[in-house]
Design a protein around this ligand. Sequence first.
Ligand code: ARG
Length: 464
Amino acid sequence: MAKKTTKSTKSWHGRLSGEADQATSELLASIDVDAGLYKYDIAGSLAHATMLREIGILTGRELTRIKKGLSTIAEDIEAGKVKLDPALEDIHMVIESALIKRIGEPGRKLHTGRSRNDQIALDLRLWARDAIDDMRDLIRQLQTSFVAGADKYGQIVMPAYTHLQRAQPILAGHAMLAYVEMLDRDAERLADCRKRVNVCPLGSGAVAGTSIPLERKRVAELLGFPAITRNSIDATSSRDFLAELCFCLATVGVHLSRWAEDWIIYSTTEFGFIELDDSVCTSSSMMPQKKNADTLELIRGKSAGAIGNLCGMLTLMKSLPSGYSRDLQDDKRFAFATVSTMKSALVVASKVVSTVRFCPGRIAADLDAGFLDATSLAEYLVNKGVPFRTAHGIVGELVANAARTGNTLASLPEVVIRAADKAIGPDVADHLGADNVVKHYKPEGAAGAKQLRKQLNFWKRKLG
Ligand code: ARG
């Protein structure tokens, strides 16, 4: 049987006489999610009240009581002492009703010229601003861990893959700094998103503003916003800033998933390129020998949730009519979940990177397999005046020969190599074998030692 909620809880009891039953109240409520916004809600109310005092709506005494009331409410929410009653729907009503209960009449003036529509738009922007700052710090931490890893293990020569087939030799540091680049764009994207987040919507009211002469710029100033929104309809019903945040973080997730996949593969017995620290691995309840890269698998998996949340956010916004609709209440479920998931993924990613051990012996043992030096040999011929396409064909035949006879290019008898083209001289040996190949990389951004030095200097300077 549906229970009736008590009549006095709602602020609109003047208009509506029918009461929601429990199931309806639960559907309407967002307090389970938006309680986390209480600090922002109170900060917004303090700024609003200060401005209301300045324009003469509140007396000095009323403002003092509101400020005191709000600060004790903040402490009590923090301490779990305020009842988060779903019948009150959301954090805005929970705080307002607690305030009225505590300080009486002045509390009834706080909502002057304000709607929950511009209030939640404000809270979300304040929250998103902090979330972005936190995420950028965590990204920077992870970048720093990768740079330290590139410093420590950077000189190891290892294979690079395309199509997950052996391609060309690289320095391990170059591979690690590739992730640092991706993360840097992620941080830049977040910084750019922050510009659109950092605009104050308060004063937009429900949809059309208000006849109360609010000083919007003053509120913005008090809350550290450099600008105010220009249009009340847009300000109360647009959430593209949240969708953008979800996109930025889904992209972080995608980048982390690619790195996680690389390192899961590298940590297998078959590859053995790296050893993950025991503290970031798990074992099996049945197979005693197992050391599983579960943290990396979960980091890889978390990106699915972030991508799903982005889809959810965009779908929630699609086809909404102009002006606030209650659908928007669920925006928080997508945005909050994304931020909390990606936070934990970034924190643990940093632990994985800063504790990894590369295994140079294992990497070197198999480095001759897969003809990593084939492109280098073709380029050797180019330097002797052979057109690249011709050189490609010559080396292709040599590789086929070596594969057939169980050789590497370096172990083919010298007569066989020399017979392939008259341009090939004894100096060819210097261009065969992975260790030699990395010495010859020329342009900026390539996988050799001097390029690595330059990249490392760049990142150390940039990351401080
Ligand atoms: N809790 C709502 C949200 O998160 C804000 C309330 C707006 N409600 C309304 N009936 N206009 O979007």
